[in-house]
Write a protein that binds this ligand. Structure first.
Ligand code: AMP
Ligand code: TRP
Length: 330
């Protein structure tokens, strides 16, 4: 069976950016690709690359698990697991560090960005993060990896590492392919629309969180930064604010951007934002209702236990092969 795999870091509450760039796409693909096995996980070890409050981290892990199901992933064709519960990730992550070059890791844009933001020093795990991400993917021989645009560079590196390994030790890993959603591949901050909407950002007003109060969400959309020209038109360079709102609108309604422009050609930003706020809130309310059912349900733990068992089985088998090929151990 071929595998589609992806993960999200439990750093803070997932945002509308995570939803449109990742979660919503997972659900869509799961509905479309019936012949594939879906492996979706919580990348908790990745969260540790920057300082975390332990209690908050624990809380965010469970919330993310419940959210995966609340957005509509079907548990009947899903291996849902927590990365750290499958120990093989760490071992293959280390092995991938032995394959990756410093220069390759130094070139990663996410590393360069995040490095700037660290106050207490840059952890070496932040630097080696893409090697662990490669391990997450290669352990399961994933064919497709749905991610937002910001992760494509990491995916390219994963392919490079897999090819290098295969070349050095003989055919071992499937070379994975990234898939980006059609719309919503990069949602930007509502207050700073040239920056990505990020759950670990300091600017709370620019970010819509999937579990926040819907009245606050309305306010955030209404106070989103736009421009003075008053025309609802997609132009990323000159009108990044409106373009971002159009992207969100299109991703949630499946409408083409040009049809939305047409619909609002004689309307002002106020009306457009009101409509958008209704669309966003309507979608998020549905998710929040489902979330309430999952978060305290014992079924959630059952799903996670089954996920851990299944993922471990696949990962152990793969790692056994890798150990033999690399020649370490007894
Ligand atoms: P992260 O929050 O960095 O763990 O990202 C999890 C997933 O969400 C990845 O597939 C990212 O590409 C995607 N993602 C995160 N932020 C955004 C955003 N602002 N727009 C689109 N996709 C995003
Ligand atoms: N690095 C991804 C992010 O920051 C999360 C992630 C970790 C991931 N391992 C992965 C995504 C494997 C896809 C596949 O968003």
């Amino acid at each position: 069976m071929k595998i589609v795999l992806s993960g999200i870091k439990p750093t803070g509450i997932p945002t509308l950016g995570n939803y449109l760039g990742a979660l919503k796409n997972f659900v869509k693909l799961q509905n479309e690709m019936k012949d594939y096995d879906f492996f979706i996980f919580v990348a908790d070890l990745h969260a540790l690359t920057v300082p975390q409050d332990p209690k908050e981290l624990k809380d965010n892990i469970r919330k993310l698990c419940a959210l995966y199901l609340a957005v509509g992933l079907n548990p009947n064709n899903l291996t849902l697991f927590i990365q750290s519960e499958v120990k093989e990730h760490v071992e293959l992550g280390y092995l991938m560090q032995s394959i990756a070059y410093m220069g390759e890791l130094e070139r990663m844009t996410q590393y360069k960005d995040k490095k700037q933001k660290q106050v207490e020093g840059v952890s070496s795990a932040l630097f080696t993060y893409p090697a662990l991400m490669a391990a997450d993917i290669l352990l399961y021989d994933a064919t497709y990896v749905p991610v937002g645009r910001d992760q494509m560079q990491h995916l390219e590196l994963t392919r490079t590492l897999a090819e290098r390994f295969n070349h050095r030790y003989g055919d071992t890993f499937t070379i994975p392919q990234g898939i980006e959603p059609k719309q919503g591949t990069k949602i930007t901050d509502l207050q700073n629309p040239t920056k990505k909407m990020d759950k670990s950002s300091e600017n709370d007003k620019g970010c819509i969180y999937l579990l926040e109060d819907t009245n606050r969400i309305r306010k955030k959309i209404k106070s989103a930064v736009t421009d003075l020209d008053g025309c609802i038109r997609y132009d990323k360079e000159n009108k990044p604010g409106i373009s971002n709102l159009l992207t969100i609108y299109a991703a949630l309604t499946n409408m083409e951007i040009k049809d939305i422009e047409e619909k609002y050609h004689d309307k002002g930003y106020g009306i457009f934002k009101d409509d958008l706020a209704n669309i966003v809130v309507n979608e998020i309310e549905g998710i929040q209702n489902n979330y309430q059912q999952w978060i305290n349900s014992p079924k959630l733990d059952e799903i996670l236990d089954q996920g851990r068992i299944k993922a471990t089985k696949v990962a152990q088998k793969k790692l056994e092969i890798v150990r033999k090929k690399m020649g370490y151990g007894r």
